[in-house]
Each structure stands twice: as C-alpha cells, then as structure tokens.
Design a protein around this ligand. Structure first.
Ligand code: C2E
Ligand code: MG
Ligand code: MG
Length: 286
C-alpha cells in the first residue's frame, strides 16, 4: 500500500527515528526534564486527520517528543507523567499550545487554510484556569481564530467536572473546540458528554484494532457513532491501520480517521508536503 513517501505508511512508526527511550525510565530523566524546555529539546510531530466524506486532511494532532542528547527520542508516555508529577506540565503544555498555534499560522501563510490543529491537554493543565490565558495569548500571537484549535482531553483524566466545566466554558467562548480523547476507556464518558461543552469524540484505538473481525467491537463502535450523531458530535477513529477498518468505519458513519494507514506522526514540513500532494491520499482509501 503506497503512501506519498514511497514506503508503506504502516512501516513508519515515528518519523523522528523512533524511541531510543525504552529502558531508560527513571535514571536521570527527571533531572534532564528540568532543563529540557530552556534547552529547546522538545519537538512536535503532527499526525493528519482525514475526513472520510471528502477524502481530505482536515486536521492534524500535535504530538510531543523529547530529543534528549545521548538518549535519542523519549516518547510522551514516558515523560508526560514525570512532568505532571514534578509540576512542569503547565509550562510544557503552554509551549505545546504556542508552538502548535505558530505552526498553524505558518501553514496558513503557506496557503494551507482551514487545517484544524489539535493539542493534547493534561488534566493538571485543565484544572488550572490559566490555560485559558495561555490559549488566548497563543491564538492572538498567531493571529489565529479559535476554531482553528482543538484541545484533546483524555476521558479518564477529567476527574473533577466541577473544576473543568468553567474552564471549558471559557475556552468555548474563545471558539476553541474540545474533543474527548481515548473515548471508551474512561469510566464516566456519558456523564461528560452530558455536562461538558464537547465538540467531538475520538474512539480509542483499542476498539478499532480488531474491528474487522470482532463483532463486539463493531457493536460498540456502532453504538458510539449512533449516540454521537444524536448529540451532534463529530467522531474520529484513532489508530486506523487498514483499509478494511476504513470500510467498516465508513459504513458505520464515522466522520474522520487518524492512524498509520494515512500517516504516522511526522514533522511539520513533511505534513506540508503531504497536504500539497493530496491526490495521493486517494490510494489509501478503499
Ligand atoms: P493520544 O493523544 O491518544 O495520541 C495517539 C497516540 O497513538 C500517539 O502516540 C500516536 O503516535 C499513536 N498512534 C497514532 N496512529 C496509530 C496507529 O495507527 N496505530 C498505533 N498503534 N498507534 C498509533 P504518542 O505520540 O506516543 O502519544 C501517546 C500519548 O501521549 C498521546 O495519546 C497523548 O495522550 C500523550 N501526549 C502526546 N503529546 C502530548 C502533549 O503535547 N501533551 C500531553 N499532555 N500529552 C501528550
Ligand atoms: Mg490525542
Ligand atoms: Mg487517543
């Protein structure tokens, strides 16, 4: 299955050379994290989100990586919890928001309009009202409309709706969209959907992985899509790796897909290239 870069998308897990980070947990990472921001060791990669009805890339999720000299690339699963534990996540999160907004501005200046950029937000960030100021100033500096930015909140982590709700409402006033990430893996999803100003849900990839031959997963995805439709929410399927999964997701009425089938997370300039060669994407869709 060809992609725009001449090799199958599913072969490439990370454009930055993949993790050199496996067994390094702990030892020295926490100390190194203290100075990672000022040493400019963080980078963002972007993974495209494709609209199934138009076949066009309509969004890109920003995913952070830490380029640590002597260690290689450290993946977020390893250092985000560390940053949360050490009180550094708000700073790092603010850098992610500013950098993603600036990248969005660069895309717009390059003639790529209407590309929504999604940023992952930690629960710790969300429980602090200053995320609203961070987002407002990042949008202003990048001369970006709020609707060009989406914040992804992991379902399992919005532990205190009473604290999150006013923050989300202020973000909504800025025009920013909010999506529930890893939908289906938390324990209070329906409650969130009712209480929170949510625009879209991202079906966790654990429901997509065996979609082709697991009737239970199909039933669950069907139910999520039906519910989201009635609630007026957009639905994105995460971790889409095969054309057969796309066929089923399309039949079930899913709006957008994201996953290695289209592209792994890649540096911004490679996404620019992909956006300019959008004709090639048709080969990826059944
Ligand atoms: P997520 O937000 O659910 O992001 C999707 C993850 O799935 C990414 O892993 C992505 O590389 C991976 N993925 C995408 N397509 C496929 C696929 O087809 N198959 C498989 N097996 N995996 C796929 P990554 O980049 O390692 O990020 C892991 C998690 O770290 C993210 O999950 C998110 O929760 C968190 N994260 C990433 N960047 C940030 C950030 O800037 N801030 C915060 N707070 N968390 C972040
Ligand atoms: Mg996400
Ligand atoms: Mg997810």
């Amino acid at each position: 299955m060809p992609d725009s870069f001449g090799e199958p998308a599913f072969m490439k897990r990370s454009a930055s050379g993949e993790t050199g980070s496996g067994p390094v947990a702990g030892c020295g990472l926490a100390e190194a994290l203290e100075s990672a921001l000022e040493r400019e060791q963080f980078i963002l990669e972007y993974q495209p989100q494709l609209d199934l009805s138009s076949g066009r890339i309509v969004g890109a999720e920003a995913l952070i990586r830490w380029r640590l000299p002597g260690r290689g690339i450290v993946m977020p699963a390893e250092f985000i919890p560390l940053a949360e534990g050490r009180g550094r996540i708000a700073e790092i999160g603010a850098w992610v928001i500013r950098t993603a907004c600036m990248q969005s501005r660069s895309w717009r200046q390059a003639g790529i309009a209407n590309l929504r950029v999604a940023v992952n937000v930690s629960a710790v960030q969300l429980s602090r009202g200053d995320i609203v100021d961070t987002v407002a100033s990042a949008l202003a500096d990048a001369e970006l409309d709020g609707s060009g930015l989406e914040l992804e909140i992991t379902e399992g982590v919005v532990v205190d709706p009473k604290r999150a709700l006013p923050v989300l409402e202020r973000l909504q006033k800025l025009g920013v969209r909010v999506s529930i990430d890893d939908f289906g893996t938390g324990y209070s999803s329906l409650h969130y959907l009712r209480e929170m100003p949510i625009d879209s849900i991202k079906i966790d990839r654990s429901f997509i992985r065996n979609l082709t031959d697991n009737a239970q997963d199909q039933a669950i995805v069907m139910a999520i899509v039906a519910m989201a439709r009635r609630l007026g929410l957009r639905i994105i399927a995460e971790g889409v790796e095969t054309a057969d999964q796309v066929r089923i997701l399309r039949a079930l009425g899913c709006d957008e897909i994201q996953g290695y089938l289209i592209s792994p997370p890649i540096p911004a300039d490679r996404l620019t290239e992909l956006l300019r060669r959008k004709d090639k994407l048709r080969f990826l869709l059944p």
